[in-house]
Each structure stands twice: as structure tokens, then as C-alpha cells.
Design a protein. Structure first.
Length: 400
């Protein structure tokens, strides 16, 4: 498994992007083997029930009837016709999901999904999300950010702070915050009331520094030392994610590989008394939903029990949706997970060396080779057949 990029690595070893990124959006569709793909940005993962229904209807009428959640809490539609862009854009604008055509790909904002529900945290990051999104869309300069540039708004519990976003705000007691740049080990202090100003300022400083240096980059981590990270030591991010089941203030539901069909999505919208929060861990939090919904959600094929081997398991698209993939990784991964008896460290299946959608931190890398899979955890790696893969993955996830 390739090592996670190190913020202290020397600049010459890091990429200088000579082209604009091709990250898909709601208007810039990506051509895949199973049709066009649209990625709808959902800042903070926040959706009203009505907006969720609009997405379900669009997936059913314009695409393959499936919706995918991403590692940034966004939503993708697949299997779209080549001429579906205009119709999809109109539906999204009417639902308030496309406030700016020129900024729609840069609205990448994740936020603590349990903020305000369980009594933890130090800030109303949902308010931060809305203000940051509004001001991003109103700033001409922000349209120059990469479609991969990510803001993370952590209420102080350390969940989305563990995602190593380009700009991370971590709420502190009394309304103050810490501002982390890329994967820096230190942070800048932010006074009460200045969180969104600080996040926007860091993004703008990044673009200005790139221009002054004559470089092109998508992420802050690609150009270490470009901006002063600040003097304060960061608390270690806790990195917890909401387990499936009943939570204080609502429910948490897991989606297999982040996918749900239109019927499942409608059921989530029906259960969502106070809207939906799409998480970066390919699940959905339903604030205000009663525990009585769990049997119906489980009967529909959604994950509602904690402690499943499916927790912290992800996979790329694989075949038949991706021409580069060497295997139907989702089918193989599902068989392995259904046969497993317990959860473990994060695991990700990839159909090729790009490893699209892999998690950060420590994870088991399951890479298709054309003859089977290579299962890697740290320095330990083993080549296995597809039939042997489930046992090898279970063992790797148990390793201490």
C-alpha cells in the first residue's frame, strides 16, 4: 500500500499539477463504462427530506436508480444518459442543491454529523457549514479552487479532523477554534466568531501563494511550507464515526459501500424528521428519527446494527462501471464481508492501483491483481486467489 503523503516531505518530490483537475460535478459529468456520473456536492452532508426525494427521483428517472455517498459526504448518480446534464441541473437548482453554477464543484465541506445531537462538541458547526457555503459561492476567487479541495468543520470531538482536509476548523470551548492547514502537526488559534473568516482566508492565501510561486496544486499537502501552519500543538484526532443504530437524538444507518437504491433513499427521507446528514463514512444520520424505524430500515437492506464487519469497509466502483478495474471488487468484497464474523480496522477494496476512495490513516489494502488480490496491512502483504481473499482480509483486520 502506498504510504500516506507526509506533510514534511520535500517540495521537489511532490506534484506540480500542470492541468486543471477533472473532478466530476453536477454539471461537469464524468463518462464511465456504465454511463455518465454526476457528483452532487452536499455541504456538511445536510439534506432536507424534500431534497433527498429529488435526488431519488433523479436517480430513478435519469440514471440507474442508485445513489452513492462519497467519502466527503456528497452524493453521486450513475448510469446517466449523455444528454441528462441539463435536466439534472434544472432539478437540482429548483431544489436548492445548485446555488452557483460556477462554484458547484468547490463546495466540498464535511462536518461532524452528530453535532448538536449528543451533548458533545463546542460549536454549532451546521451554522458554520451554511455560512461557509454561502460565502464560498459569493466569492469570485473561490471558483479557482480544485474540485478536490476539502474543508472540514469539527465541533471539537475529533471526528472529521481525522480526515486530513485541506482546511480544518476544530471548535474549542468558548467559541474559539483551531485552524489546521493540510496535514500540519500544529495549528493557528482562531478567536470566537472568526472561524469561517479564517477558513476562507486560508483557502485564499493558498491560491495567492500558488500564483506567486508559479505552481499549480490541488491540495495544501502538495506544497508543504507554502503557508505558516501556526504555533499551537493539535490534540490527537479521535476519529470516531457514528455506529449504526440508535444514537442520542436520532438514528444512524449504514449503506453497503455507500450505495442505496431510490426506494431505500425514499425510506430514509420518510424517516428523517429533521432532515438527513450524509456522513463521510458512507452512512446517514437521521436527527429526530425514532427507534421504531429500525425494523423497516433493516428490512429494506440498510445496516442498522453496530459491530458489523461492514463497518469501516469500502470499495471502489470496480467492474462493470470502471474500465480500469481488474475485478468486480464490490461483489467480491460483499461476499468476504458477509462471511466475516467481526469488524476490525478499516479495509478498502480497489480494482486498480489508483485506489479510488480509499480511507486515510491505517487501513487494509485489498488490491485486485488480475489473478486474485494482494492484501496489505502495513509492511505485511500476501497474494491470494479470490476464494482465499476473505480469510486473508479477516486476518489482516485483526492484526494488532
Amino acid at each position: 500500500m502506498p504510504p500516506t503523503p507526509d506533510a514534511s516531505a520535500p517540495g521537489p518530490a511532490l506534484p506540480d499539477r500542470g492541468r486543471a483537475d477533472a473532478c466530476p460535478g453536477a454539471l461537469r459529468l464524468h463518462r464511465a463504462d456504465d454511463g455518465a456520473l454526476a457528483r452532487v456536492r452536499v455541504p456538511g452532508g445536510l439534506l432536507t427530506a424534500a431534497q433527498a426525494l429529488v435526488l431519488a427521483e433523479a436517480a430513478e428517472q435519469l440514471g440507474d436508480g442508485q445513489l452513492e455517498t462519497t467519502s466527503r459526504g456528497n452524493v453521486q448518480l450513475r448510469g446517466l444518459g449523455s444528454d441528462a446534464g441539463a435536466e439534472l441541473g434544472g432539478r437540482l437548482r429548483a431544489a436548492g442543491l445548485l446555488p452557483s453554477d460556477t462554484h458547484e464543484r468547490v463546495r466540498n465541506i464535511v462536518a461532524s454529523p452528530l453535532a448538536g445531537l449528543d451533548g458533545r462538541g463546542h460549536a454549532d458547526v451546521q451554522a458554520w457549514v451554511r455560512e461557509l457555503d454561502r460565502r464560498l459561492c459569493a466569492s469570485d476567487w473561490a471558483a479557482a479552487l480544485s474540485g478536490k479541495f476539502l474543508f472540514a468543520l469539527d465541533d471539537g470531538r475529533g471526528d472529521v479532523a481525522a480526515l486530513d482536509a485541506d482546511v480544518t476548523l476544530i471548535a474549542r470551548p468558548g467559541g474559539a477554534a483551531l485552524l489546521r492547514l493540510g496535514r500540519a502537526a500544529t495549528a493557528r488559534p482562531v478567536p470566537a466568531g472568526g472561524a469561517v473568516d479564517a477558513a476562507l482566508g486560508a483557502a485564499r492565501d493558498f491560491l495567492a501563494a500558488l500564483e506567486a510561486a508559479g505552481r499549480t496544486a490541488w491540495h495544501l499537502r502538495e506544497v508543504p511550507g507554502l503557508l505558516d501552519p501556526g504555533p499551537l500543538e493539535l490534540p490527537a484526532p479521535a476519529g470516531p464515526h457514528p455506529p449504526a443504530g440508535v444514537l442520542p437524538g436520532g438514528l444512524s444507518v449504514g449503506l453497503r459501500f455507500g450505495r442505496a437504491d431510490a426506494g431505500q433513499w425514499r425510506l430514509l427521507a420518510e424517516a428523517a424528521a429533521d432532515g438527513l446528514r450524509v456522513t463521510p463514512w458512507r452512512g446517514v444520520v437521521l436527527p429526530g428519527a425514532a427507534a421504531g424505524w429500525l425494523p423497516r430500515l433493516a428490512a429494506a437492506g440498510l445496516r442498522t446494527e453496530p459491530g458489523s464487519p461492514w463497518e469501516r469497509a469500502s470499495a471502489c466502483t470496480g467492474t462493470p462501471g470502471c474500465a480500469k478495474s481488474l475485478a468486480d471488487v464490490r461483489a467480491d468484497a460483499a461476499a468476504a464481508l458477509d462471511a466475516a464474523e467481526q469488524p476490525g480496522v478499516p479495509v478498502h477494496w480497489s480494482g486498480c492501483g489508483r485506489r479510488c476512495g480509499h480511507p486515510g490513516g491505517t487501513w487494509v489494502d485489498v488490491l485486485a491483481t488480475g489473478q486474485g488480490y494482494r492484501v496489505t496491512r502495513g509492511e505485511a502483504s500476501v497474494e491470494v486467489t479470490t476464494q482465499e481473499m476473505a480469510e486473508a482480509v479477516a486476518e489482516a483486520r485483526r492484526m494488532t
